[in-house]
Design a protein around this ligand. Sequence first.
Ligand code: ADP
Ligand code: MG
Length: 705
Amino acid sequence: MPSQATTQPQREKGTTKPTEVTGRYQKRLEEFIQEEYSHQLEELATQYPEKKSLIISYPDLDSYDPEIAELLIKDPYTIIDHFEKAVKAQDPFIGMEEHEFEPHVRFTDIPDEYSYLIKRLSSEQINKLVSFEGVVKKITEVKPKITLGIFQCVHCETTQRIRQDYKDNRIKTPNKCQCGRKSFKLLEEQSEFVDTQKLEIQEKLERTRGREQPSPITGWIQDDLTNEIQPGDNIEITGILRLNKPKKKGSIYNKYMDVNNVEKKETEFEELRLTPKDEEKIKELSNDPLIYEKIVSSIAPSIYGYEDIKEAITLQLFGGTKGKEKPDGMTMRSDIHVLLIGDPGTAKSQLLQYVESLAPKGIYVGGESSTSAGLSASAEKDEFGDEGWTLKAGALVLAGGGMALVDELDKIDSDDRASLHQAMESQKIRVAKAGMVSTFKANASVLAAANPKYGRFDPNELPAEQFNLSSTLMSRFDLMFPIKDQPNEDKDKEMANHILTTHKAAGERIEREEDRTKEIETREVTPAIDPELLRKYIAYARKNIQPTLSEEAEERIQEFYVEMRKIGEQQQAVPITARQLEAVIRLAEASAKGRLSEKVELEDAERAINLQKTWLKKIGMDPDTGEFDIDIIATGSSKSQMDKMKKTMNIVKRINEEYDEATYDAIKDEAKAEGIDEEEVKEVLKKLKKNGDIYTPAHNVYKPA
Ligand code: ADP
Ligand code: MG
C-alpha cells in the first residue's frame, strides 16, 4: 500500500523518448484483461453504465508485463488509451458505438516509489502517473464538461464534430469551415458532456509537523468518480500531474491532478508507522508505574503549573472508548472536550499550540482568523467553483478523529458557534444553503480557550457568571477550567524562575549548536517523554486499546453520581447531570488507555472523579454554601442566588401591586426582613434588570417587566 514515500524515485529526466506504442501493447493488454480481470469484465458487461470502470491493481500489471507497467507510469495517457481500446475490443463489447460504451480503466495500489507527499509533487512528475493521500478540503458541485462538441458554421450551417481533449480544460473549436470561414456556434443539445467536479486536496494533518501549513493541490474528477466524495474525506488519489497554462503572459504554471482514480480511506486517523522497536518502547513505557505523571509533565513542559489542565489534556489526547452504542443504536461520543477560560497572558494560546504540535492529528484555529481558516464547514459561491457552489471543510471536519484547538472561542461568529455546538455533540455538521443540504462528519475533540466576559475575571463575581458563552455550548464540555491571573508571591517567584530557566535553556541550546562540546542541562523544561515517542504512544493507544469498565470502577462511578445527586436533592438544585456522568466514564476510559489497559480500574475512576470535582469546585462551587452546583454553569447563578432573586422578584411584584411602584428603599427593607442584606439586594436588582425581569421607569424605582 502506498504511503509516506518522502524520497523521490530517481528516474531519468527529459530523456524519455516518444514511446513507441505498437499494436503489440494493445494485444498484450487484451490478453491481460482476459486472463486476470475476466470477473470485472463480466461485471462491466452486465452492469454498464452503473459500473463504468475497470479497476486494475498496479502490481498485477507489473507482474504480468513489467515493461507496460513502467510505461504506464512514464506515459500514462498512451497506455490508458490502449487499455481502454483493449477493453472495447473484448468480446461482449465489439461493435458498440463510441457514445454507447465508454469505459474507464483506473489504477490502484500504486507502489511506494510512485507515491508522494503532496508537497513533494514537483515538475519532475509532470505528465507521469503518481499517487498520493490527502484530505478533501473543498469540492465544487457537479458540472457538465464537454467531451464532444458539435459546431455549426454560422454562414453555411455545415456541422463539425470535434472530440475534446479530456486532458485540457479549454474547449477545442474547429479551425475553419469548408466554406472558408471561421465563425461557429456550439450546438449544445447535440454535443456530449461528462460530469466533473473540481476538488482541493491537502496534505493529511498527520503528515505535517509542528505548525507547518499542509500543502494543497487541485484535482479534477470525472464521470463515475463524481458525487462520491465529501469535504473531510481521506482519500488516496491516482492521477496524472498536469500543468495549467498561465493566465496572461506569466511564466509560472500551476500544477493540478487529472485524477484517474479515487479511493476513500476509512481509517479516521492514519496510523503512524510503528516499527517493532517503537512498539517495544511503547509497551515498556506503559509498564512504568509513573507513566501517568510522566505524560502529564511532558505536556508543554515550558509552561509552569496547570497540572490539572495538563491532566485533562492528557486524557483528551487518548479519548474514551470508541464505537460504543446505546441500546437504541445511538453511538456515544468518545471525544473529550475541554474549555479553558482565563485572563489574558496566562499561556492559553501557548498551550493550545503545543497540543497542536503534539497531537498525532491536530489543527489550530484562532479567534477572528478562524473565520477565514474556517472552523466548521460551508457552502459558498466562489472563484474556486467558477462562481458555482463549493463545499468547504473547516478545522472541525479536517481534524476528524484528532483534535481541534479552538482559540479565542468568544470571538468566533455565531454561525460557527452553532456548528461547533452541533459538532461537539452529534459529531456532525449540517450545512443547508440554497436548497442543498450537506452533512459533514466532524468527530474531533475540542480544546478551546476563551477570555472572560470583560476580558479579565472580576474577582468579586462568580467565574461562571463571567463566561461569555451560551450555557448550552458550555454544557457540551466535559471539563472547564477558569484561569485567574492573581498575584501570589510564592507562586510568582516559582513561575518567574521557571520561565527564566526555559529561556536560559533555549539560549544554551543555541550556544550548543554553535559549540557542540558544551555539556548543558535543560532541567525541568525537557519533557520526560520525547514528543516523538509520546505522539506514537498516543496513536498506538487510540488505535489498539478500547477499555471496558471493571466492576469496581463502575461501582465507584455510580457511587459518585448518586452522592452528587443526593447533595443536589438536599439543596433542591441538580448539581450534576447525566452529561457529567458520561463525562466521568469517558475520562476514566481515557485514563485506562493512557496505561494501555483494556480494563478501567478503580484508579482510573478515581482520577476521572477527581478531575470532575476539581473543575466543579473551581467553577460550580456556590460561594455561599460551599457546595457544587451545576446550575451555576447552566444559568450563571447559584442555587442560593437564584433563591434570593426569586424572593426579591416577589417583593418587587408585591409592592408594585400595593403601591403601583416600588422604590429601592421599600424593597431593601422588605428584603432585609427575608434575610437578604443591602449589598445583595443591589446585586440582585442589577441582575434582574439585566435579565429583563424588571425595569426602572425612574431613578430608584422598580417595576416588573
Ligand atoms: P493567552 O493566550 O492566555 O493570552 P499566551 O499564550 O499568549 O496567553 O501567553 C503569553 C506569554 O506568557 C507567553 O509567552 C507565555 O509563554 C507566557 N506565560 C504565561 N503564563 C505562563 C506560565 N504559566 N508558564 C510559562 N509561561 C507563561
Ligand atoms: Mg491567546
